[in-house]
Design a protein around this ligand. Structure first.
Ligand code: 6R9
Length: 658
């Protein structure tokens, strides 16, 4: 660092003392066959930004009517492909079913108990049309909201595409959120119909979705009708409410097979997806039709280098944005074959995901750093049980990936031959914005690399000035992109205030980042995931990555708890790899390790060994709860956790160990 950079780093900005020297070039044969082989798309987009998007909107998406204007930008209000008419369901289903992909497999589904189903594009076409007629029969009209509360079953995809087909706006609520969370979302969206299932399988147990839905509906009077899929049968003991509830199979039996996709205005609302904000009230992120479809279709094609013979497996849940954009809309719009798995990754054993990769000969695999760190903890013997040679590309999303987790993924899953795409994006961005294109970009473990063609991002200080290389700041997006959210449902003021007021005209992502001397972006986590130790601002992810780089450590979360002297003191919650014994000597060794790698200031004041870390359903460590534990507070909202028991157990043990 130069003197100026050191000075800047001492100021309000994040310090970064870690340097990653490893580099990975795209393999020559991969580059040879990749959709994008050189920097032409970046050049095209810079020469003519709107022309770039127009060209790809035309090439990748079917339009009933072409747009009059590519972009109308009255910051912060955007309209894309203004005057155009399209339909997401048509693009994901009809154009393949009516074209050359009629008998191609669209969905390869595996249930947790081991049952299997395959749907061709023709099957999907028939089911989606029938269910669209069911919705119409229940009184759903264009513009109405339809809530969906299901597990990972093909009918979830069918329901989404059926709603989109008739211009109803879907809001998918993660199957496993509590009844209160469901109630709040239905109330906010004022949904007219709810689609759910009797129960869902999870670790061999039944998750009683219908029962939870009934509890939610007691306080959500906007819902007039409920469609219930029979998934687990008598095990759920679901009670049907006469006049309100209908079984999926009974409704489908009487539904006509023909329901043409409605031409919809490009800006017609496609879906609302709720995401947690810094305050308690969840934010209803609204995505519209044309721009979202263009953005997800093109990025699915380019970032995953999606080809007709690929078998694409994304292990995320459809209840969060990754599933919306990169299980449903992006891949299906490309006519891909998509693997969907219903259940837990460690059921019946910790090799389930790899067994699925092997069984379906998956070529592309997309998951979260959290899952990879968990798999690291379980040990490489699980992937070793399976032939993973079909894989040609790997992806990650959801959190910064620790370089060691990246290397583990590369070696143990990718067999050293698969490029890794670390994709940075958000519910709000709708599509991937920063990621390597795998045939072009040299990757560095831990970096999402550079913005995609057409995307302009930067790292700025409080005043909005770009910071020098390797100095941390706020990640902003400099101009609109097609799949950007258009507003927060029912709360346009919050849309303006939360995202566009700090730097007018520029989108505030809420993430911290730094750019290195090559222009690579290193996301340091949410801006609130910053610890301030004696005036030094350190990023959680760098501290955690340092711990994960120690051979004994599988996962780590580092938080700052208030300290009368230093401002904040670092507490490290560490999950050890399988077979490693916890000891006081190891705690001390880990403290020294961090001290050596980052500097004495970064040495955790205490190290606590945990069996597991609290994570949200969208695979993010909830550091806020760890702070509550470390500071002896009552726990805040835990409704978005995968397993609330984890945090309670942690709290008890933390108290016991003093
Ligand atoms: C897609 C998704 C968004 C937040 C985002 C950031 C974190 C996502 C990341 C990443 C570093 C990546 N995030 N991808 N951080 N590297 N590749 O996760 O959406 O659930 O809305 O979360 O996730 O902090 O701001 P969402």
């Amino acid at each position: 660092m130069t003197d100026r950079e050191v000075k800047a780093a001492e100021g309000p900005l994040l310090e970064s003392k870690l340097r990653e020297e490893r580099r990975f070039e795209p393999p020559a044969d991969f580059r040879e066959r990749a959709w994008v082989k050189d920097r032409t798309p970046w050049e095209e987009a810079e020469r003519d930004f709107e022309g770039f998007w127009a060209k790809h909107a035309e090439a990748e998406v079917h339009w009933f009517k072409t747009w009059d204007r590519v972009l109308e930008w009255n910051p912060p209000w955007a309209k894309w492909f203004v005057g155009g008419e399209t339909n997401a369901s048509y693009n994901c289903v009809d154009r393949h079913a009516l074209g050359s992909r009629r008998t191609k497999t669209a969905i390869l589904w595996e249930g947790e108990p081991g049952d299997r189903r395959a749907l061709t594009y023709e099957d999907l076409h028939r089911e989606v049309q029938k269910f669209a007629n069911v919705l119409k029969g229940l009184g759903v009209r264009k513009g109405d909201r339809v809530a969906i509360y299901m597990g990972m079953v093909p009918e979830l995809v069918i329901a989404m595409l059926a709603a989109a087909r008739i211009g109803a706006t879907h809001t998918v609520v993660f199957g496993g959120f509590s009844s209160q969370a469901l109630r709040d979302r239905i109330q906010d969206a004022q949904a007219k119909v709810l689609i759910t299932q009797d129960g869902a399988w999870r670790r061999g147990q039944v998750v009683p979705l219908k029962q939870w839905a009934d509890e939610a509906l007691a306080e959500a009077p906007s819902v007039e009708k409920v469609v219930v899929l029979r998934r687990v049968g008598d095990a759920a003991g679901a009670a049907m409410v006469p006049g309100r509830d209908v079984w999926w199979h009974e409704a489908m039996a009487g539904a006509a097979a023909d329901c043409p996709a409605e031409p919809l205005d490009s800006e017609h609302p496609l879906f609302i997806l709720y995401t947690s904000g810094t305050t308690g009230k969840p934010k209803g992120v609204l995505h519209t039709t044309g721009g979202y479809l263009v953005g997800t279709t093109l990025t699915a094609k380019w970032v995953f280098d999606l080809k007709d013979d690929d078998v694409y497996f994304c292990a995320a849940d459809i209840g969060w944005i990754t599933g919306h954009s990169y299980i449903v809309y992006g891949p299906l719009s490309n006519g891909a074959t998509v693997v969907i798995y219903e259940g837990a990754p460690d059921w019946p054993d910790k090799d389930r995901i790899w067994a699925i990769v092997e069984k379906y000969r998956a070529t592309i695999f997309y998951t979260s750093p959290t899952f990879l760190r968990t798999a690291m903890r379980w040990g490489p013997e699980y992937p070793k049980r399976h032939d993973l040679s079909s894989l040609r590309l790997l992806g990650t999303v959801g959190e910064p990936i620790n370089p060691e987790a990246w290397m583990w993924y590369h070696e143990h899953i990718g067999g050293g031959r698969c490029p890794i795409v670390d994709t940075w994006w958000q519910t709000e961005t709708g599509m991937i914005l920063i990621a390597p294109l795998p045939g072009v970009q040299t990757t560095k473990p831990g970096s999402a690399t550079v913005p995609l063609p057409g995307i302009k991002a930067d790292v700025v200080d409080e005043a909005g000035n770009p910071v020098p290389p390797n100095v941390g700041g706020y990640l902003v997006i400099e101009r609109p992109w097609p799949a950007m959210f258009r507003t927060l449902w029912g709360d346009p003021d919050r849309y303006v205030k939360a995202y566009w007021s700090q730097y007018p005209g520029r989108y505030l992502t809420g993430d911290g980042a730094r750019k290195d001397e090559d222009g690579y972006f290193w996301i340091t986590g949410r801006v609130d995931d910053v610890v301030n130790v004696a005036g030094h601002r350190l990023s959680n992810i760098e501290l955690e990555s340092t711990l994960v780089a120690h051979p004994a450590v599988a996962e780590a979360a580092v938080i700052g708890r208030s300290d009368p002297i230093k401002g904040q003191a670092l507490s490290a919650f560490v999950v050890l790899r399988a077979g490693v014994e916890p000891s006081d000597a190891l705690k001390e060794e880990l403290r020294q390790w961090v001290g050596e790698k980052i500097g004495p200031i970064a040495k955790p004041s205490d190290v606590f060994f945990a069996a597991d870390l609290p994570k949200t359903r969208s695979a993010k460590i909830m550091r806020r709860l760890l702070r509550d534990i470390a500071e002896g507070r009552a726990l805040g909202d835990t409704t978005t956790l995968t397993d609330p028991a984890v945090v309670e157990e942690l709290r008890q043990r933390y108290i016991a160990e003093g």
